[in-house]
Ligand binder design. Sequence first.
Ligand code: T46
Length: 140
Amino acid sequence: MPKYSVADCSIIELDKHHSDRKGNLSVVENGQTLPFDVKRVYYIYDVPAGESRGSHAHKELKQLIVAASGSFRVTLDDGTTKRSFTLNRPYQGLCVMPGIWRDLDDFSSGAVAMVLASEIYKKEDYIRDYDMFLNFRKKD
Ligand code: T46
């Protein structure tokens, strides 16, 4: 598994199909849009004002995080460098690579964080302790 940094995590512009009178449609398609295939989709919503989510890293999971509605901030941390993104457009997604700590906060009212993930849910893939994360980063 390569060691990724926050510089390897970036915004991906999704295809946006515009119809003058009927709004927009964006697409994610396996083999086309992302550097991984999608095995699971989940979404976070009804986050009370001032609350945060995340505070963990994944050992193997890759993700695309999309603000399907509203806005929120994602702060990524590779143990050395932090990088923050405000997500507020449903046709953009933040691609998060494995081994990166993430915090999600500053959720607007009605925000929906949709996550497209490369793996099914595995509890063992999570690192929820920041010191353990730093040790994980130090390993070869
Ligand atoms: C991530 C951020 C952006 C499941 O049972 N199945 C699932 O597929 C998921 C994602 C979660 N859960 C359970 C586990 C917990 O009891 O749902 C509960 C809340 O999950 P968690 O505390 O991990 O939620 P977040 O918002 O902190 O993190 C989630 C994802 O877990 C994580 O992969 O990167 O969204």
